[in-house]
Design a protein around this ligand. Structure first.
Ligand code: FES
Length: 89
């Protein structure tokens, strides 16, 4: 199954690509404008790759490729951490 969107914000990479083309927005500016990559942030590497390559439907990345597209200088998440779900006993 290809990865084609920020699932948390329900924004497709095609829409993000169009917005970037219209405005010249980089990753941080797209994130600010749309809130993409601000919840779980798992889409971040895919959005960075989309901006670099134009690919909007991407196969799941292997860990080595994910590492390549993660910006180590940025926090991985800008929103509140998700609460940990605990099973009731
Ligand atoms: S998939 Fe984009 S923030 Fe979770």
């Amino acid at each position: 199954m290809p990865v084609d969107r920020c699932i948390c914000r329900d924004i497709s990479f095609s829409d993000l690509k169009a917005l970037a083309a219209q405005t010249g927005a980089d990753f941080k500016e797209l994130r600010t404008a749309t809130n993409c990559a601000t919840a779980c942030s798992l889409c971040g590497p895919y959005i960075r790759k989309m901006l670099a390559t134009g690919e909007t439907d991407q196969p799941l990345m292997a860990p080595a490729e994910l590492t390549r597209w993660i910006d180590q200088s940025e926090p991985c998440c800008t929103s509140k951490p998700m609460p940990i779900m605990r099973a009731k006993r």
